[in-house]
Design a binder for this molecule. Structure first.
Ligand SMILES: NC(=O)c1ccc[n+]([C@@H]2O[C@H](COP(=O)([O-])OP(=O)(O)OC[C@H]3O[C@@H](n4cnc5c(N)ncnc54)[C@H](O)[C@@H]3O)[C@@H](O)[C@H]2O)c1
Length: 351
């Protein structure tokens, strides 16, 4: 990697400090030339730990550090303005998810990208996670038939009390986790959303933003994508099930494995539907399906390196790993979910 990307990381919080700064520092294609955060304590910590120049003022950082690439890991409401300011100054932008707070902001970012001729890509880590790599591989190899539905769920009980708990800061679990999982479902299905319905509730959160999210998407090809993000339950929901006409693939998160079940449709005897109005022999339908069952450990797969994909796009001129067209579609979908759901509901009176 002969070309080193002079890189500034903006926002030294959970994802900036724990992920982006270490990745930029450890990848040979990147050179950390500055960090930005309004917190002087965090800047001092960065100076002491990495000897990195720190800036409380974002624009001053761009002027002084002259980066090739700006990695934006600040709270979501700053993404659009920070990204546009960087691109207008001739810098490329790698932005954490969600790329912005709305489709309108996303469109402003994409317009700036086109006007300035700069590059823009969002970080969608679930695309490179081992379990997504595995799901794509299993879908290409296992005979579950045409896929008609994917159910994805994440559940916990969390009394959220940081900025992500507030609508005014672009928080809420639809924006936060929905930006991951809706992207993941669209990425794996290689499809586009056609219509959506959604419900949003604020149940365990200390703020006003949604922490219970139910989304149903129908894709252009007719696939059903069913997403539960529930941060207000003790129940463990099945993490990810992909259903095909002749079988299914389940990711069993607790056991770190996939359960694949399928049958050969040619192995079933012929069967005609009967349209008489008296069920034959007073029998309910039911037959033994010759299921094949396999368990595949997640350990057979590894995470892909997102920063390598980032380098390929920003330094080597390869196509983006996440295109702005896909990002725009995701942001449209998040907006449609909000529009469909209406106001975030509180817990209804007990039954
Ligand atoms: N891809 C992922 O897996 C992932 C995980 C966590 C967060 N995120 C995203 O990353 C972003 C940051 O989230 P977080 O959880 O790290 O937040 P955080 O609250 O942990 O950290 C935010 C940091 O940004 C700083 N900050 C505040 N205002 C700023 C400004 N105007 N300019 C620069 N820095 C500013 C804060 O001082 C803090 O250090 C959000 O958009 C979030 O959705 C992505």
């Amino acid at each position: 990697m002969s070309r080193k990307l002079r890189t500034v990381v903006v926002g030294l919080g959970r994802i900036g400090w724990d992920y982006h700064v270490p990745m930029v520092r450890s990848h040979e294609g990147f050179d950390l030339v500055g960090v930005v955060d309004p917190s002087v304590e965090r800047l001092a910590e960065a100076k002491e730990r990495f000897g990195t120049a720190g800036f409380a003022d974002y624009l001053a950082a761009l002027t002084a550090a002259k980066p090739d690439l700006v990695v934006i890991a600040s709270p979501t409401l700053f993404h659009a303005d920070q990204a546009i300011a960087a691109m207008e100054r001739g810098m490329d932008v790698f932005c954490d998810k969600p790329i912005a707070g709305s489709l309108e902001e996303t469109d402003r970012m994409i317009a700036a990208m086109r006007q300035t001729g700069r590059k823009l890509m969002v970080y969608q880590p679930h695309r490179t996670s081992a379990y997504t790599v595995a799901m794509l591989d299993l879908l290409s190899r296992k005979p579950i038939g045409p896929v008609y539905m994917m159910k994805r769920a994440v559940s916990a009980y969390v009394r959220r009390n940081d900025w992500q708990a507030f609508t005014k800061y672009g928080g809420g679990m639809l924006n936060n986790y929905g930006a991951h999982y809706l992207d993941q479902l669209l990425y794996v299905s290689q499809d586009k959303p056609r219509r959506v319905s959604a419900c949003l509730r604020a149940i365990a959160t200390r703020g006003d933003a949604d922490d219970v999210v139910k989304v149903l998407v129908e894709t252009e090809r007719g696939l059903i994508l069913d997403l539960d993000i529930n941060m207000a339950t003790s129940a463990t929901l099945p993490s990810w099930i992909v259903m095909g006409q002749y079988g299914s693939i389940e990711f069993q998160e607790a056991d770190k494995r996939f359960r694949v079940t399928y049958f050969d449709p040619a192995a079933l005897p012929p069967m005609e539907a009967s349209d008489t109005l008296a069920a034959q022999g007073r029998k309910y339908p039911g037959e033994a399906i010759p299921w094949q069952e396999e368990f595949i450990p997640l350990s057979l797969y590894a995470d892909r390196d997102f920063y390598l994909e980032t380098y390929r796009y920003f330094a080597l001129g390869q196509p983006p790993f996440v295109s702005v067209e896909e990002t725009r579609r995701l942001m449209w979908l998040l907006g449609e979910c909000r529009r469909e759901a209406g106001a975030v509901g509180r817990c209804p009176p007990g039954i």
